[in-house]
Ligand binder design. Structure first.
Ligand code: FAD
Length: 317
């Protein structure tokens, strides 16, 4: 019996969220006294999987899987889970993982909990804590099925290293049941910049920046930090920034390590979407702005003075 973890890759390179999922799976494996088996699909990038806790890698190589197909990928993982007699399958919270999870749950007759934020509170009964209500609250759910599927929330666990060394085996699941009659034809990346979903650091601007012409200083700060840029809802509603940057209850959720809010008041609907970020910094000229209550660090002052100075200092490092 082992724990299966799906290690997603992009152009053959294992994603950081997948390495975090491996480390997390190792944490559960230690709780349950078992080991971690990572499953890769069309990727040879297995060197770091042992470092984060996998003791075995099942490498699937099949041209039919070059493009993501939820049913087929779910079947690959189901066959791997059955092959390894796994009781737990760990996924990330990426769009692809969320897309394949229901099919996998049906295939394995397993209970699935997404957005899990920490190691199970107990493994017998199996209870996990996860984000609910767009990250405004936590729930603890007991998964009662024999097999369990966990979607690890982004940046919830971290890249904890381990002593394990992974052996690699080719794994050839039977995909005869799939006619692959639906395929993703192309993916247009909207931008080459760091996206909000992948970002460790997000620099976000609000109505306090007065107009789109003032975003240059935020772009400069974001570039210096290797960060993604984001904005509050009114900013995107007014067309100052693209809707893809709108974060909050009705926008994208942010779970970065660092979230810097500039000229954003901190309305509850905004905070709902960024609560999962680890460290929140606010720059606002109104000391009574609600964001200061939610932030870890705050700077009271004019963003037009603070941001360029901050960027200048950061460039020295
Ligand atoms: P404001 O509230 O106008 O705040 C601007 C801030 O900038 C102020 O605190 C001000 O002190 C500060 N400021 C001004 N000048 C400077 C300066 N020179 N230097 C530094 N600081 C300065 N909002 C979201 O963001 N995301 C959502 O998903 C979202 N969903 C919503 C859903 C619903 C159903 C509703 C009703 C509202 C939603 N909102 C959402 C809107 C939300 O309620 C707020 O209106 C919005 O977040 C405010 O945006 P803001 O902070 O940019 O602007």
């Amino acid at each position: 019996m082992s724990i299966i973890v799906y290690t997603e890759s992009e152009e053959g390179k294992i994603k950081k969220i997948a390495l975090e999922a491996v480390a997390y799976a190792k944490g559960i494996a230690d709780q349950m006294g078992t080991s971690v088996t990572a499953v890769t699909v069309n990727s040879n990038d297995t060197s770091e999987l042992g470092k984060y806790g996998a003791s075995k890698v099942l490498q699937v190589s099949n041209d039919k899987l070059n493009k993501f197909n939820a049913e087929a990928y779910a079947d690959v993982l189901a066959q791997a889970a059955k092959n390894e007699d796994a009781k737990v399958v760990v996924l990330t919270s990426s769009a692809n993982s969320k897309f394949l999870a229901p099919a996998l749950a049906v295939n394995l007759d397993a209970g699935y909990v997404p957005n899990v934020v920490s190691l199970p509170e107990s493994t017998s009964p199996f209870k996990v804590k996860h984000n609910v209500f767009t990250n405004k609250a936590f729930a603890v759910t007991e998964i009662k099925t024999d097999r369990k599927i966990i979607g690890l929330g982004k940046n919830s666990y971290g890249l904890k290293e381990s002593e394990a060394a992974a052996s690699t085996e080719a794994f050839s699941p039977n995909l005869d049941a799939h006619d692959f009659d639906m395929e993703i034809v192309s993916v247009d990346k909207a931008t080459e910049k760091v996206t909000i979903a992948d970002a460790e650091v997000v620099v976000s601007g609000g109505r306090g920046l007065k107009g789109p012409e003032n975003w240059g200083m935020l772009e400069d700060l974001a570039k210096t930090l290797g960060a993604a840029t984001a904005c509050s809802k009114p900013v995107s509603d007014m067309g100052w920034r693209p809707h893809s940057e709108h974060v909050g209850q009705t926008g994208k959720p942010v779970a970065s390590n660092l979230y810097i809010a500039v000229g954003i008041s901190g309305a509850i609907q905004h905070l709902a979407g960024i609560n999962a970020s680890k460290v929140k910094v606010v720059i606002n000229n109104d000391p009574e702005a609600p964001f200061f209550k939610a932030a870890d660090y705050g700077m009271v002052g004019d963003a037009f003075e603070i941001v360029p100075k901050l960027t200048e200092k950061l460039k020295e490092f």
